[in-house]
Structures are given as C-alpha cells and as structure tokens.
Write a protein that binds this ligand. Structure first.
Ligand SMILES: Cc1cc2nc3c(=O)[nH]c(=O)nc-3n(C[C@H](O)[C@H](O)[C@H](O)COP(=O)(O)O)c2cc1C
Length: 324
C-alpha cells in the first residue's frame, strides 16, 4: 500500500474561525441536539452543527424553537443552521443565534422535505436564486460570524449548485457545504462527489463535502480533490467512534458491547439533561437500534427495548441478550 499524507488532522480557517481538523458533524433534524453534538466533539469532530432551526419559530419566540438555540461551553466551535424564505426573518434569527453564541450561521438551502419546501425554504431556494442571494446577503450583513450555505446539487433535474455558489460568494458567504444529490433524489443513489470536486475547484471559499462519507478513503479522496473538510452524517449514527477512527486514519471498526453500553449510558445522561427523561427515553429507541445493529439483536431484545422504562432496564436487557 502506498503511503499517503493524511489531511484530516490539518487545521484550517473558515473565515475568521480556526478549526482544528477537517471533520464536521452534519446537521440532522431530530438527531443533532446538544447531547449528539457534545458526543461528536468528545470523539473529535472539529466543527459541530445544530439541526435546522426555523427562522420563523425564532422570530415569533416559539419556546421550543428558541430552546434549540441554546449552546453550551463544550460545543464551540459550533454552527447554528437556520431555514426560512424571508430575508428579514433570516437576518433577525441570525442575530439572535449569534447572540446565543453561534460561531457560524449556516443557511439551509438543501432540505427537500415537503413541509419545508412548500414554504419556499430549504432546497426550494435553489430554484429561486435571486431570493437565495438576498437571504444570504441579509444574513451576512446582520452578523459578524462567518455565514455558510448548505446546498444540494440542484432543486430540479439540473445541477445548478456551481452557478448559485458563485453568486453566494459575491454576497459574502465564508464557505459552502454541498450534499451532491438533487433535491428530488432524497437519499437515493450515491452522492455525486464529482460535483463537490468541481465546486471546490471553482470556489474561492472553503467547500465542505457531505454525503456517504463512511471511512478514511472517502474522506481523504475528497480532501485530495480540494474540498476543505468533510461532513459526517449517517455514518455516525450508532458509531460516534468514526471521528476518532478518521483522525487516526483507520477504517471504522466495531467496538465491544461493554464500550458501546458505556457510551450509550453517557449519551443517555446528556440527553436527559437536554430534553428531560420522557423525551430522552423515546429518542433512545432510535439510538439503541443504530448502536446494536452490528450485534444483530433478536426480536425479543428489540421488543424489550421498546418497552424499557429507563436506561438501567435497557442496559440489563442488552447485557443479557448480547454476549460480551
Ligand atoms: C435524519 C436526517 C436529518 C437531516 N437533517 C438535516 C438538517 O436539518 N439540515 C441539513 O442541512 N441537512 C440535514 N440532513 C442531511 C445531512 O446533513 C447530510 O447532508 C446527508 O445525510 C448526507 O450525508 P451522510 O451520507 O453522511 O448522512 C439530514 C439527514 C438525515 C439522515
């Protein structure tokens, strides 16, 4: 095997911000809350990102939305991602996010979910470039923090990310993130990272690539092609160790069940602190599934975990069912 230099560990500057390495934790609605972000940081993610937050919810003082802006000390540097279709509301939400401690304001121009697109936000903005640019400019003017935009390849059938990116740069964005699938594609097919490479070659700001990055090869290939950083999403669901493995340059490997249980407990405690016990218990069901998948849990365990009333009970069920 030829020896290649690892770029993942290299620091870089995103606007005025210093980032210690090339790993960015992906925004994931319903998942990347505080406990998830802190976990990604513990394992080495250089930049954290909140899930997408509604600019309207922020402006209209929706309590639950506002609580999503709360950031804690261990999270910096952290990007707050906002979505919306009105420049003024986005600018106001960005000001409030910055006041809550956001180190970066990220604008969502990639979400294909109907509820978001029908309001003109998310990936719908890629079909209305004039509005997309007005929003980016309004946010850039509203805050001192670097402003980034997360794009898909395009809203319809055409790849428009490159032409829009040029206009967003002119509006003053400090970096671009691309998840190179078309809006209508959802998560089908493979991310087309030839588009990420083309964007990195054309852009004068750092480009972060997102999509199907699940090991050092995929990550290093994108960095070698000129992307400044890579974003890790689904590959970290149930495997936060992936950040450490990427930094160490090794392929992700399965941790023993004892280590998995210890990490689940730590995560659960942070989740309870963040959301309260009831919501944490509901959320944990999703996480048990992800963490235990490599151990092939049987139907009895899966069923038991749905009913478990507390982490201790869940942990005992797992311990009994899965041999160490
Ligand atoms: C459950 C889920 C929720 C997501 N929520 C967001 C979001 O709030 N904002 C966003 O920009 N992207 C969101 N994404 C997209 C991811 O950030 C990422 O770009 C995409 O999943 C591809 O990367 P991956 O293959 O590493 O998961 C979400 C993805 C998933 C699977």
């Amino acid at each position: 095997m030829t020896h290649t230099t690892s770029h993942i560990n290299e620091p870089f500057n995103l606007g005025v911000l210093f980032l210690p390495n090339r790993l960015v934790q992906a925004p994931m609605a319903g998942i990347s809350g505080r406990a998830f972000r802190l976990q990604a940081r513990r394992f080495g993610a250089g930049l954290l990102t909140t899930e997408m937050i509604s600019s309207h919810g922020v402006c209209y003082r929706n309590q639950r939305t506002r609580s999503m802006l709360a950031l804690t000390e261990g999270e910096h540097p952290v990007a707050v991602q906002l979505f919306g279709a009105q420049p003024e509301a986005m600018a106001e939400a960005a000001r409030l996010a910055e006041a809550s401690g956001a180190d970066i304001i990220d604008i969502n121009m990639g979400c294909p979910v109907r509820k978001v697109v029908k309001t003109g936000a998310g990936v719908a903005l890629m079909a209305d470039e004039a509005l997309a640019v007005r929003i980016a400019a309004a946010v850039v003017n509203a805050v001192r923090a670097p402003v980034t935009v997360k794009l898909r390849s395009g809203a319809g059938r055409a790849v428009t990310a490159l032409s829009l990116a040029g206009k967003l740069q002119t509006a003053g964005v400090a970096a671009l993130c691309i998840h190179p699938r078309l809006g209508g594609q959802g998560y089908k097919g493979r991310a087309d990272h030839a588009i990420s490479a083309a964007l990195a070659a054309a852009a004068s700001v750092p480009v972060i690539a997102s999509g199907d990055i699940d090991g050092p090869q995929a990550a290093e290939a994108l960095l070698a092609e000129g992307c400044a950083a890579v974003m890790i999403g689904r590959a970290s669901q149930g495997n936060p160790w992936i950040y450490r493995d990427l930094l160490d340059g090794v392929a992700p490997w399965r941790r023993p069940i004892d280590e998995v249980l210890a990490e689940l407990e730590r995560f659960y405690r942070d989740l309870v602190e963040e959301t309260g016990r009831e919501r944490a218990l509901r959320q944990m069901r999703k996480f048990y599934g992800w963490y235990l998948k490599p151990f092939k849990p049987d139907a009895e365990l899966r069923d038991g975990l749905k009913r478990a009333d507390g982490f201790e009970e869940a942990s005992a069920l797992i311990g009994r069912s899965i041999a160490t």
